[in-house]
Design a protein around this ligand. Structure first.
Ligand code: AMP
Length: 208
């Protein structure tokens, strides 16, 4: 039995065609069902639906053999405890800093609102910028508008969310896409099944 951890939403939707090419089609639709463990058309494969930030934790502890997680989440989690064999090139976006559109100069010591605390800390430290990081769990765009922060660090895709809130992207921190991650023990114990799945994903990606 193989268990794959995936988060609902963009990553799940983008992963479906890749999984289908490997013969893995979920029997239930997580948008309609409240089930957290989905059977699939492959008897030996189950999908668990969890929060994006929990995917590396489930895989690290072996509660799932494999997972699909954004690079943003992996950077924040730390990836030493996991294998990351494949860039699935799905749910692509950019991790960026953003500030109010009309801002010309940032203060010497900036306040940054983000859910990516570790990534933001090391980014600003590497550039010698003094930054106080304020952890938020959502709606980061609001922080500069209400004076909570000078700057945010968030994922940007079309840029529409920033624009709608009077913000604009500034610096690219890193390009983001979803990665296949594998539990280290499972990689040894279930090597043949997992390697077959990795090869299948690789083939599908190569033909795109
Ligand atoms: P956009 O308005 O298209 O730039 O999208 C930005 C919003 O969508 C932000 O709230 C992001 O956190 C979220 N977002 C964009 N791309 C992704 C992604 N690949 N995975 C998860 N969230 C994303």
């Amino acid at each position: 039995m193989l268990t794959i951890a995936v988060s609902k939403g963009r990553i799940y939707e983008d992963a479906l065609p890749l999984l289908a090419e490997a013969g893995i089609i979920p029997v239930d639709d997580p948008k309609k069902s409240r089930k957290l463990i989905l059977d699939t058309t492959r008897e030996d494969v189950k999908i668990v639906i969890i929060r994006a930030t929990d995917v590396p934790t489930f895989v690290e502890y072996g509660a799932a053999d494999l997972g699909i997680a954004g690079k943003d989440v992996l950077l924040e989690h730390g990836a030493e405890s996991l294998y990351e064999p494949l860039d699935l090139k799905i749910a692509a976006c950019r991790l960026m800093t953003a500030t109010p559109k009309d801002l010309t100069e940032l203060p010497r010591r900036i306040r940054v609102a983000t859910k990516y605390v570790k990534t933001a800390q090391s980014y600003f430290a590497s550039r010698g910028i003094q930054a106080e990081i304020i952890k938020l769990y959502g709606s980061m765009e609001l922080a500069p508008l209400v004076g909570l922060a000078d700057c945010i660090v968030d994922l940007v895709d079309t840029g529409n969310t920033l624009k709608a809130n009077g913000l604009e992207p500034r610096d690219l921190i890193t390009e983001i896409s979803s990665r296949l991650i594998v539990n280290k023990a499972a990689m040894k114990m279930k090597h043949a099944e997992i390697q077959a799945l990795i090869d299948n994903f690789k083939q599908t990606l190569a033909s795109r």
